[in-house]
Design a binder for this molecule. Structure first.
Ligand code: FAD
Ligand code: AMP
Length: 479
């Protein structure tokens, strides 16, 4: 007889483990099935995010940023350190230690919350029957009142760039280089391409990013994207827009990349290539023909606003469903679904999902961009404030970037907040909170911010919507 649960979660990434822990907290008899095996062949929780995504990339971004600070900027603030060297294998070991601690931490959280764990593959059949295949091949039949699918996503592979063991790699391979490639090509200048390109550029690679689109960072506010392009160029990253990669050829230890741009066909030789052209939803071997779960035309599991699939009692959350492929979006969906199963009525506010690019300067935004509002014909006011006018930024020797607040012309309600600058990933939380509470630019302007902080730049940008900023010459007439 099948073992029965109130809730079975398939996939133990951020979306899945949040769903499982919340469901267990709410008193539901919950199991989670996760098939990930780490490099050492051990089962690991945390999915893409903890194993090969958010966390390891941030560990390397942080280490490489500190290296550049020490190498290029310490003497500007009066610290003399002589010559320094990046120990890449040690950086990778540290990254792996962080990943190991966190993935074990998630296993511990699942256990302490009373979630039953199954390590191996799940397949969903009709009527919420789940076939579990353990890593040793043993098969077990499980069943549940509710199933939550959280099987995530995997990197997109494109025919011109077939992956190899060590020359043409995806984001996972790029997080494990043990030496610095002399010349590195990155295909795709999206968030992942820019972050990984930054890591290796800081450590000494000559980095060229080939991006098929003509626009740089189309989802970001274009004023911010322009500033980002300027900063990346200053750092030595060569971002080529309108450059579509059409082929790769390996000769010895080098890769020749062919691409087309406005001038025609070109080739360039690299020591390594990172393919960062996006991610696709992962549902391989997951659904039997009669599961009742359907996919949309792009391969995402089809769900409604509350993450319910077409099959009764089956939900799907995270990267495997529509919406931005971001860990925090999946986490909130996981919690929402667990709570709805327990009879509560939460919703996810998809209008206020913050986006962050952890380059330096960091780029973060929430809400609408100026270009989107303009093309929708909305009337809005913009306030902005340069990092260079922030006392704290000057004291930190880190003045690149700006704050931008966009508010409705009539109601003054904040419609979008865009930041490029140090610690933008932290400051954006203030913007999300303000917008969740329906703040006006005036509300933000009337709020007291500690001095001296970078956050004061957000305060000043909000004040500047009505021409009241203190530390810049206001272009607008004061009302
Ligand atoms: P995943 O994390 O992909 O987890 C899905 C899990 O399901 C996996 O562990 C998989 O093994 C398991 N699974 C799949 N099928 C089965 C099955 N049949 N049976 C059992 N288990 C199964 N997002 C951010 O928000 N911030 C960042 O800074 C960020 N940085 C990133 C950097 C990189 C290099 C990459 C690649 C991604 C990054 N992301 C970031 C994206 C983030 O990792 C994903 O949005 C997030 O992991 C999605 O969570 P998820 O739970 O939906 O899926
Ligand atoms: P993202 O979806 O944010 O991860 O970004 C992936 C980027 O890769 C997108 O901006 C795509 O335009 C880009 N891209 C996809 N295919 C190619 C290609 N063949 N050559 C260059 N860039 C590409």
């Amino acid at each position: 007889m099948a073992t029965s649960y109130d809730v079975i979660v398939i996939g133990g990434g951020p979306a899945g483990y949040h769903a499982a822990i919340r469901a267990a907290q709410l008193g539901l008899n919950t199991a989670i099935i996760e098939k990930w095996l780490n490099e050492a062949g051990e089962p690991a929780y945390g999915g893409t995010c903890l194993n090969v995504g958010c966390i390891p990339s941030k560990a390397l971004l942080e280490a490489s940023h500190k290296f550049v600070e020490a190498r290029d900027h310490f003497d500007e603030i009066g610290i003399k350190i002589g010559s320094i060297k990046a120990d890449v294998p040690a950086m990778i070991r540290k990254k792996e230690e962080v990943v190991g601690n966190l993935t074990k931490g998630v296993a511990g959280l699942l256990k302490s919350n009373g979630v039953t764990t199954y390590e191996g593959k799940a397949r969903l059949g009709a009527g919420r029957e789940v076939t579990f295949t353990a890593h040793d091949g043993k098969i077990e039949d499980l069943t549940a009142e509710h199933v939550i699918i959280a099987t995530g996503s995997v990197p997109v592979e494109i025919p011109p760039c077939p992956l190899t063991d060590d020359l043409i790699v995806d984001s996972t391979g790029a997080l494990a280089f043990t030496s610095v490639p002399q010349k590195l090509g990155v295909i795709g200048a999206g968030i992942i391409g820019l972050e990984l390109g930054s890591v290796w550029s800081r450590l000494g690679s000559e980095v060229v990013l080939l991006e098929a689109l003509e626009d740089f960072l189309p989802p970001a506010d274009q004023q911010i994207a322009k500033e980002a392009a300027k900063q990346f160029k200053k750092q030595g990253m060569d971002v080529r827009l309108g450059a579509r990669v059409t082929g790769t050829e390996i000769k010895g230890k080098k890769v020749t990349v062919s691409y087309t741009d406005a001038e025609g066909e070109k080739t360039e030789v690299f020591d390594k290539i990172i393919v960062a052209v996006g991610r696709r939803p992962y549902t391989e071997e997951l659904l039997s023909g009669d599961s009742g779960v359907t996919l949309d035309e792009r391969g995402f599991i089809y769900v409604n606003d509350y993450c319910l699939t077409d099959a009764p009692g089956v939900y799907a959350v995270g990267d495997v469903v529509r919406g931005p492929m971001l860990a925090h979006k999946g986490m909130e969906e996981g919690v929402m679904v667990a709570e709805r199963i327990a009879g509560h009525q939460p919703v996810v506010n998809y209008d206020l999902v913050p986006s962050v690019i952890y380059t330096h300067p960091e780029i973060a935004w929430v809400g609408q961009t100026e270009q989107a509002l303009k093309s929708a014909g909305e009337k809005y006011e913009v306030g902005s404030f340069p990092m260079a006018a922030s006392g704290r930024a000057m004291a930190s020797n880190d003045t690149a970037g700006l704050f931008k607040v966009i508010a409705d012309s009539e109601t003054d309600r904040v419609l979008g907040i865009h930041i490029i600058g140090a610690h933008a990933s932290e400051i954006i939380a203030e913007a999300v909170i303000a917008m969740e509470f329906g703040a006006s630019a005036e509300d933000l302007g009337l709020t007291m911010f500690a001095h001296p902080t970078l956050s004061e730049g957000l305060h000043e940008a909000a004040l500047s919507v009505s021409g009241h900023a203190i530390h810049v010459a206001n272009r607008k007439k004061k009302k």
